[in-house]
Design a protein. Structure first.
Length: 39
């Protein structure tokens, strides 16, 4: 699992079942979208 916090508040959570079975590109796109939205 991965979590993204902003100012101590959880803003995005990527849980294990969202990671397993997905390509690195799919996971990277999910994380990029979260960073673009919250950072």
């Amino acid at each position: 699992s991965m979590a993204l916090f902003k100012d101590g508040e959880l803003v995005h959570m990527l849980e294990r079942h969202h990671i397993e079975g997905r390509s690195a590109d799919m996971i990277a796109e999910n994380l990029k979208s979260a960073f673009d939205e919250y950072c």
